[in-house]
Design a protein around this ligand. Structure first.
Ligand SMILES: Cc1ncc(COP(=O)(O)O)c(C=O)c1O
Length: 296
């Protein structure tokens, strides 16, 4: 499906990114990442701890690292510098609001990376959402990465698991790292089986999640005091409740009254649509929440 030679089942997206990065790099290398990427922000600094790698971060434009910024960040052949060996990209880009990077954007980054002999790893936790939103075959996107991590457990709805795909030689190394990290399970079939359902039955329906997220954002934007923070292109809606005088706590309580679980920590939070939430649920939620928010 992703146009690669070999694949490996891993426990989680974080484990998948870790084994892929370790397979591409040597201790002391520098790798280029987007400043708000999941790998950099939310994977416990694993690249430094496990790989002895330095992170060179670049602020992207809605998650896309501009090719000229990659070019300017690659270290030359200078005895003082850590060698740059890998570029990591994320598609869809989570913290920008589930924004899909286009085929052209992926290609532009790939071209610069390859000009400089870098490997390219795609954190494609939600790359099927990107493909569906762009109306392209997912291979069009993944052709511009050597290795890809996909999550079976997010929009694709499996209870657990991710895959790492790529060329045989890198997946062979990744398998060894997976073992080192305790992810080589003899009993894996029982948790891998739902992944087959995820890949064969749950991809095309992502279009519903996207339509539901769009409607959710539209409806919430009509409520005074709720701001939508991102252009809604896939399954994510980021909202800001500060004009309501609400923090996440009031939000969570209001949702609970309506029978919904939604975890808010601050006045900015993320809503994600998924399997099991239908358009009529969105409409009912919008009606309910409109009645519960303070009038501003
Ligand atoms: C872009 C991205 N990559 C990787 C991950 C990590 O996945 P997991 O929670 O399975 O470790 C996430 C999780 O939200 C993510 O959003």
């Amino acid at each position: 499906m992703l146009g690669k030679e070999a694949a490996l089942f891993v426990t989680s997206g974080t484990q998948g990114n870790a084994v892929a990065i370790l397979s591409h790099t040597n201790r002391g290398d520098e790798i280029i990442l987007e400043r708000n990427s999941h790998i950099y922000l939310n994977e416990v600094g694993g690249l430094a701890v496990m790989g002895s790698l330095m992170a060179r971060t670049i602020e992207g434009e809605m998650g896309w690292i501009k090719p000229e910024d990659i070019r300017a960040s690659v270290r030359g052949d200078n005895i003082h510098h850590a060698p740059t060996s890998l570029l990591c990209v994320e598609n869809t880009h989570n913290t920008s609001g589930g924004i899909p990077l286009t085929v052209d954007q992926m290609k532009a980054d790939w071209d610069v990376a390859k000009e400089h002999g870098l490997g390219v790893h795609l954190d494609g936790a939600r790359v099927f959402n990107a493909a569906i939103a762009l109306g392209v075959d997912v291979k069009e996107l993944t052709q511009y990465a050597d290795t890809v991590q996909i999550c079976l457990s997010k929009g694709l709805s499996a209870p657990i698991g991710s895959m790492v795909v790529g060329p045989e030689n890198l997946i062979k190394k990744a398998r060894k790292y997976r073992k080192m990290l305790g992810g080589g399970r003899r009993q894996v079939g029982i948790i891998a089986a739902p992944g087959i359902v995820a890949l064969t039955k749950m991809v095309d329906r992502l279009v519903n999640d996207h339509a539901n997220a769009k409607r959710l954002a539209e409806g919430l934007s009509e409520i005074n005091g709720i701001k939508i923070l991102n252009p809604v292109k896939t399954n994510m809606v980021y909202i800001d409740l500060s004009d309501l005088g609400w923090t996440g706590i009031e939000w969570t309580e209001a949702c609970a009254k309506l029978g919904w679980k939604s975890r808010g920590t601050t006045s900015r939070l993320r809503l994600v649509t998924h399997y099991g939430i239908e358009m009529e649920d969105i409409e009912a939620f919008l009606q309910g929440i409109a009645e519960l928010v303070p009038k501003v």
